[in-house]
Design a protein around this ligand. Structure first.
Ligand SMILES: [Zn+2]
Length: 185
């Protein structure tokens, strides 16, 4: 049986006939429930789009809905959706919908996907859009050495350490080496 949802605010008294606590739109309107809870076309029943399951609120009303969104299973599903669908999750290699089937995607479409990924990354991290072309150059440069790219790991701590002790030391060393070669040898 397919559960149908009530798609817009309307009188649902024809649906909630036996329910002691009948559905009220103000339970969810302008609350965090709005993003995941919908009224189903079934007596005393709502639908959570995150857990993809029904919630019976007929006996305890909106308390049942709040209890559901506070429940550990709901919180866990919500977290897994956030990690799987944000760019960070995508970049870390979280499983994407459709990962099991890899269709042959034409190059122009893959380029569009890459563009979307870069723009998504920029937007999600509040970076200025002026960074996008530089970011693309960086990706292209990195892609030339796939083996090294696979080995690169930079956490926040190592990044700041290497910035101070790594990059500047490498620059100083190569500068010193060049001086040695040109001026003093
Ligand atoms: Zn849920």
């Amino acid at each position: 049986m397919v559960l149908e949802l009530v798609t817009h605010v309307q009188d649902v008294s024809g649906i909630d006939v036996a329910a002691k606590n009948k559905w009220r739109w103000d339970w969810i309107t302008n609350t965090p429930l709005e993003e995941c809870i919908s009224k189903a076309k079934e007596d005393g029943t709502a639908w959570c789009s995150i857990c993809r399951k029904t919630i019976k609120y007929g006996s305890s009303g909106k308390k049942a809905l709040f209890k559901h969104v506070d429940s550990p299973p709901h919180q866990a599903s919500k977290r897994s959706i956030q990690t799987n669908y944000n760019i960070g999750g995508y970049l870390k290699g979280a499983e994407q919908p459709g990962d099991h089937v890899r269709p042959v995607v034409p190059v122009n479409q893959r380029a569009t996907q890459l563009e979307a990924m870069v723009l998504g990354f920029v937007a999600e991290n509040d970076l200025p859009f002026t960074i996008t072309s530089g970011l693309l150059d960086l990706m292209k440069a990195g892609a030339k050495d796939k083996k090294a790219l696979g080995e690169v790991k930079l956490t926040r701590q190592t990044a700041s350490y290497k910035m101070v002790h790594g990059v500047s030391k490498t620059l100083t060393d190569s500068l010193a080496e060049r001086f040695n070669q040109t001026l003093f040898s």
